[in-house]
Design a protein around this ligand. Structure first.
Ligand code: 13P
Ligand code: ZN
Length: 275
């Protein structure tokens, strides 16, 4: 089968375009990676070249040895993915040590994988461990309202989680484990990758202060939906704070406990503090 005919590739391209349409991907902002299933790699084998040069990932991810990933390219624009996928995205194989990658398909004009590959791969490695391999998608987006909030809220997991939970009743059901937040760091390297993957052990979402968000999920719908839900809650919070900084009424800690019981989710008490 041709790579571009495969369902997972079409889902990946659609998700890139959906993110572009949300306004989260100015210029080359954001990146997306998908850990391919064995049968998906097998199905497109005829188009996967073996002649790519091995290059260093920059971090060691031994649990990803031999895995194949569909990735966006560094410097590539999400708005172009749907128009010219072979230029904008590619498939990479990870070597047997989990330290190098090679391009097997796509990124045809001397492209290379996203500069955030270290963060993506370390997050994939952590998520394989904590979800038993269920999570396959890691998504980074420059979500406007979440970024705006990182200038006015304390950069604490508890504060972001609680404030965003209060903005929409669905939030604690969609991200019951909460959200991680890290201080501003230089993007694209080993340090931010380590800090993010440490948060992703506990959470499916991590906010990068003054930069954007990382989300992890089982498939494209769940991961995009998670990003969308968090950013929508952030939009409501920005609107609310713009109207008046104090709330007249809100969802209370006891409301959250009642919701948790009915919706059969566990909400950690550390987020239900008295204000
Ligand atoms: P890339 O173009 O290398 O994917 O970088 C975009 C980005 O958002 C960096 O954080
Ligand atoms: Zn970014």
């Amino acid at each position: 089968m041709k790579v571009l005919d495969a369902k997972f590739v079409q889902g990946f391209i659609r998700m890139c375009n959906d993110g572009w349409e949300q306004g989260w991907h100015e210029r080359n902002g954001g990146n997306l990676t998908y850990r391919m299933k064995k049968e998906e790699t097998e199905a497109v084998k005829e188009e996967l070249g073996q002649d790519g040069v091995w290059k260093e990932i920059g971090v060691s991810t031994p649990k990803l040895a031999g895995e194949y990933f569909l990735v966006t390219g560094s410097g590539k624009y999400f708005r172009n993915v749907v128009l010219d996928p072979e230029d904008s995205i590619g498939i990479v194989e990870i070597d047997e040590k989990g330290e190098n990658y090679r391009i097997c398909w796509g990124l045809v004009n001397d492209g290379r994988p996203t500069s955030e590959l270290p963060s993506h791969l370390m997050n994939h490695e952590v998520k394989i461990q904590v979800t038993g391999g269920r999570h396959r998608v890691i998504y980074h987006a420059h979500t406007t309202n979440v970024i705006a909030l990182t200038f006015v809220l304390p950069l604490k997991d508890e504060v972001f989680t609680r404030e965003l939970w209060e903005m929409a009743t669905e939030c604690p059901v969609v991200f019951p484990d909460g959200i991680g937040v890290i201080d501003w760091m230089v993007p694209g390297g080993r340090d931010i990758a380590a800090a993010t993957s440490e948060r992703m052990r506990q959470y499916d979402v991590t906010i990068w202060a003054h930069h954007g968000m990382f989300a992890s999920g089982e498939d494209f719908d769940l991961t995009f939906g998670l990003m969308h839900t968090v950013e929508k809650a952030a939009e409501i919070l920005v609107k609310m704070l713009s109207m008046r900084p104090d709330k007249q009424q809100t969802i209370t800690p006891q409301n959250f406990r009642d919701l948790a019981a009915d919706f059969k989710v566990t909400l950690p008490e550390k987020f239900l503090y008295e204000k």
